[in-house]
Write a protein that binds this ligand. Structure first.
Ligand code: PLP
Length: 423
């Protein structure tokens, strides 16, 4: 039996209806932008394996750093102890983060990074004797699948079974072009109507919603309103962090800085699960007290795992190389060229480019279920043609590893273009 067949016996996959889904592809090896399945077929990983893998698969530089750390100090508890990889990583990150981000809290994945930000926002007020419990979030947001992160997420078919069991979240429209004023008015209204503790958002681009983009000025306006009303702001940079938007962080495009940031995905270059929530000194100070009850009683067993920290340090070092920065600009330029060519295609309704992210929407005239079958047809077409892309409904996006070659990128574009012929 091959891996695909043996998988069926015991394994349960994410976001998968096992009765109707295609069987998973058994992958045995990866190198740079490529993956190979157990029959030897080659795939271009055009979504960097859910956005975690910008420096390519099986990266030797990161692997060496991990090996060195594993054979020096693989793990030590972070309660009552510290270690060099965490200290050096904190110093390195603070150098590249927005200047107001000064305190770092470790966890294991994007959802926990968000969970921690939300808990901190709630306790920040509680510690000061202020009752504020409403969280503001965007429509169609995605912030993860644990309870608070799920409550903040607005993609309803993910969360339908849990309605009524979640923290209080009020949603406002995303300030996409033409909706800026509506979004601002909605924010003003919820702040007037409710005791709002924090506003959480995916800065400038909503990944899971289908790479929905909006302008820095529009977000700056919303952040300004929050600042004026003592509402904390949480930038969920789990997807956007570490170069995807062309700058280190999407928040680098903003004038008003957030109070907290959530990092994960590309943090360790797709090697070891790790996340960090970052904070201003003002937030940290609200927990700094003689009273033990004002501490943040939150932690995970693998908090600040040294091996993960070493992987993150090596990843950031790679990100800062001239080669990687040139790659990011090169991919951006190729996307713009492809956009120019494809935007006028009769089956394309809109195209968007931001950093290394390209998205196009296919014209459809029908309902969501049609999107469902269209989505699966597209997905299967891409897999057959050796390109890994996961369309969101009728939206096809590309978010390649930065190390993808021009020839590989060209193949991805060609496969996307020929997919338009089957819809
Ligand atoms: C993926 C993602 C998350 C959740 O991260 P997990 O590691 O899957 O828990 C949260 N926020 C954003 C913006 C994401 O893209």
């Amino acid at each position: 039996m091959n891996l695909t067949e043996r998988d069926q016996k015991h394994l349960w996959h994410p976001y998968t209806q096992h009765k109707t889904a295609a069987l998973p592809v058994g992958i045995v090896r990866g190198e740079a932008a490529l993956l190979w399945d157990e029959s030897g077929k080659e795939y271009i990983d055009a979504i960097a394996s859910w956005w975690v893998n910008p420096y390519g698969h099986s990266n030797r530089f990161i692997a060496d750093a991990i090996y060195k750390q594993l054979t020096t100090l693989e793990h030590v508890l972070f309660g009552g102890f510290t270690h060099e990889p965490a200290v050096v990583l904190s110093e390195k990150l603070v150098e590249i983060l927005p200047s107001n981000q000064q305190k770092l809290f470790f966890s294991d994945n994007g959802s926990t990074a968000v969970e921690i930000a939300i808990k901190v926002a709630l306790q920040y007020n509680f510690n000061q004797g202020i009752s504020k419990t409403t969280i503001i979030a965007f429509e169609d947001a995605f912030h993860g699948d644990t309870f608070a992160a799920m409550a903040a997420s607005g993609i309803s078919f993910f969360t339908e079974a849990f309605q009524g069991m979640m923290i209080d979240v009020v949603r406002i429209p995303v300030p996409v072009q033409g909706k800026e004023a509506e979004s601002m008015a909605a924010l003003q209204k919820v702040i007037t109507d409710k005791n709002c503790t924090a506003f959480i958002f995916e800065p400038l681009i909503q990944g899971a919603a289908g790479m929905v983009m909006y302008a820095p000025e529009a977000l700056d306006n919303l952040l300004q309103i929050c600042k004026e009303n003592q509402v904390l702001t949480i930038a969920d940079e789990v997807m956007t962090g570490f170069g995807k938007t062309g700058k280190n962080f999407a928040c680098d495009y903003l004038k008003t800085l957030p109070d907290m940031m959530c990092l994960s995905k590309a943090l360790t270059g797709g090697t070891i699960p790790m996340a960090i929530t970052t904070f201003t000194t003002d937030i940290f100070d609200a927990f700094y007290d003689d009273d033990i009850n004002k501490a943040l009683f939150h932690g995970h067993t693998f908090t600040a795992n040294p091996t993960g920290c070493a992987a993150a340090l090596a990843s950031i070092e790679l990100l800062q190389t001239e080669t990687m920065q040139t790659n990011i600009q090169r991919i951006h330029q190729r996307h713009l060229d492809f956009q120019k060519r494809i935007a006028t295609h009769p089956k394309v309704s809109t195209t968007r480019v931001f950093g290394v992210i390209f998205a196009l929407e296919i014209k459809t005239d029908s309902s969501f279920s049609y999107y469902g079958s269209l989505r699966n047809r597209l997905y299967n077409f891409f897999i057959e043609n050796g390109v890994i892309l996961r369309p969101v409904g009728n939206i096809v996006y590309i978010l390649p590893p930065y190390v993808i070659t021009d020839a590989q990128l060209q193949k991805v574009y060609e496969v996307v273009e020929s997919a338009l012929e089957i819809v």
